[in-house]
Every structure is written in structure tokens, then in C-alpha cells.
Design a protein around this ligand. Structure first.
Ligand code: IPD
Length: 271
């Protein structure tokens, strides 16, 4: 069942990826802004979500839908699709080729987090890369098995992170970076949480963390990273969630967890 869902998610993500890549070449139109003026929605975000939604409804009419750009629908099958039609929208706006369609298929409730991910696919159409996984069956990049890095000392770790859109959150997040940057090899902010998690899965990053992600940002990438051997979770034994998401090899996970707590990552300054 998970492999069938993975194949369907991949088929749909590739179609949506093709659409957004084509629209990028034609020119991007900003349709609206959300949490701040910098947090934009393009027409392509909406078109991509509409396409994904209709393809899912045709193939599996009873499943739920939980996407970034439209109202959620409940599930009569217990299965819900968690969708980011363009993750890395600001990269997309600037034609930085690091944006993706992210589709996860989960059992349970997407919000608040109480789900088991069954399958997930993240497509970066500009790079021609498809990351995919189904529960218990490993993770792949363009069909080849991938594994996350192991045995990396914290001081040699390449760590990815991301920032929210509001100034208050960004200043808080910068404070954590300031604490961490002297303790690791380097820190990258690449602009797509889904691709950051896939980067952990394939060894382009040793670790990734972020405060304030939405379910559609991390649902597919988290499964892909886990299936590639990484541990993905929140702070103090919690699941990855809006509150906190950390991904790394289990040994590095524990070391970074401690460093992040010391840096003040538990502070509840972000509603
Ligand atoms: C954003 C990206 C970014 C992350 C933000 C997300 P969006 O998603 O994943 O890397 O740092 O927290 O909101 O807005 O491009 O879908």
C-alpha cells in the first residue's frame, strides 16, 4: 500500500514540478502575501496546489487533503495528503533553482501533529531531482538508494537551517545561529525546508534544524531523511512539529540537541 501511494505521490509531484518549472520560465506573478509582505503566494503556488488536489481527488476520492494554499478537507479513509505546492517560494520568485513540490501521504491527523507518514516525494524540477521514500522501504534520489552521513563530529558538521517570515521570529532564530556557528563546521540557509531534509537524507548536509515549520514543509522530507537513516524529531523527545524540527544521524542528533538547548532553543518566545 505504501509503495502504491509513493508511486502516486511521485507521479503527481512530477506533474506539478513540470507545471511550476514551466511557469517560472514564463514569468512569476505574485498573487498575495501572508504572514508578512515577504511571505508571498504566487499564481504558480495556487495552480500547482489545484492540480495536485484534483489529481489526488481523481485517484483517491475519500482521502483527506492538507495543503499550504487551500482549505483542508477531512478523510474518510484515514489517509491524508500533506502538500506544499512550492516549498522555497522566495527562491522561486528570484529564480534560485532550489525550490520543490513536496507531497506526503500520512495516516492520522496532520495538525496538530499525530500522524504516521506512509510515503513522501519531494521534486526539485529545476535540478531534475526526485527524492522519494515509503515507510520501511528506504529512500531514493532519482531511483538510487541514498543514506545520510554518519560519524560526523559536531565541530565538523555542515548544518542547514531556515528562518520564518516575521521579524520577531527571524531575530530569535538569528540568536540561535549566533550561538551555534562557532561550534559547527558551517551553517547553510538554502531556502527550502523540504529540500534541506532531503539534503540530510543524501549527505549534502550533516544536519538540519528549524523552529516554526508547518506540516507541509517537513512531512515528506522528514520521512525521506528517516528512511535514509537519519533521526528526525523535535526537542526533548517530541515529534518534529511546528515547535521544532531537527534531523541528523542519531549520534549527531543528540549532540546538536544539547547545543541547541544550551543556545536557548526551548524558549517559548514564538507563539
Ligand atoms: C519556507 C521554506 C523555508 C523555511 C520556511 C518555510 P515556503 O516555505 O521552506 O526554507 O525556512 O520556514 O516557510 O514558504 O517557501 O513554502
Amino acid at each position: 500500500m505504501s509503495v502504491e501511494l509513493q508511486n502516486l505521490a511521485t507521479e503527481i509531484a512530477l506533474q506539478a514540478g513540470e507545471l511550476i518549472h514551466r511557469r517560472r520560465r514564463e514569468g512569476v506573478t505574485v498573487a498575495a502575501s501572508k504572514s508578512s509582505a515577504e511571505d508571498v503566494v504566487t499564481l504558480a503556488d495556487r495552480e500547482s496546489e489545484d492540480l495536485i488536489r484534483s489529481l489526488i481527488a481523481d485517484a483517491r476520492p475519500g482521502d483527506g487533503f492538507y495543503g499550504e494554499e487551500s482549505a483542508a478537507t477531512g478523510s474518510s479513509t484515514g489517509v491524508t495528503w500533506v502538500v506544499d505546492p512550492i516549498d522555497g517560494t522566495v527562491n522561486y520568485l528570484y529564480d534560485i533553482p532550489n525550490y520543490a513540490v513536496s507531497i506526503a501521504v500520512v495516516e492520522g491527523d496532520p495538525d496538530p501533529h499525530s500522524w504516521t507518514a506512509l510515503a513522501g516525494t519531494v521534486v526539485n524540477p529545476a535540478a531534475g531531482e526526485t527524492f522519494s521514500a515509503s515507510r520501511g522501504a528506504g529512500a531514493t534520489l532519482n531511483g538510487q538508494t541514498i543514506r545520510s552521513n554518519t560519524d560526523v563530529a559536531p565541530s565538523l558538521a555542515m548544518v542547514g537551517t531556515g528562518f520564518s517570515y516575521t521579524a520577531e521570529r527571524r531575530i530569535w532564530q538569528a540568536g540561535i545561529v549566533q550561538q551555534l556557528i562557532g561550534q559547527v563546521r558551517d551553517i547553510r540557509r538554502m531556502g527550502s525546508a523540504a529540500l534541506d531534509l532531503c539534503s540530510v537524507a543524501c549527505g549534502r548536509l550533516d544536519a538540519y534544524y528549524e523552529r516554526g515549520l508547518n506540516p507541509w514543509d517537513h512531512a515528506a522530507g522528514a520521512l525521506i531523511a528517516q528512511e535514509a537513516g537519519a533521526r528526525v524529531g523535535g526537542l526533548n523527545g517530541a515529534e518534529a512539529s511546528r515547535d521544532f524540527t531537527l534531523a541528523a544521524d542519531p549520534v549527531l542528533f543528540d549532540a546538536l540537541h544539547e547545543m541547541l538547548i544550551d543556545a536557548g532553543a526551548e524558549a517559548s518566545v514564538l507563539g
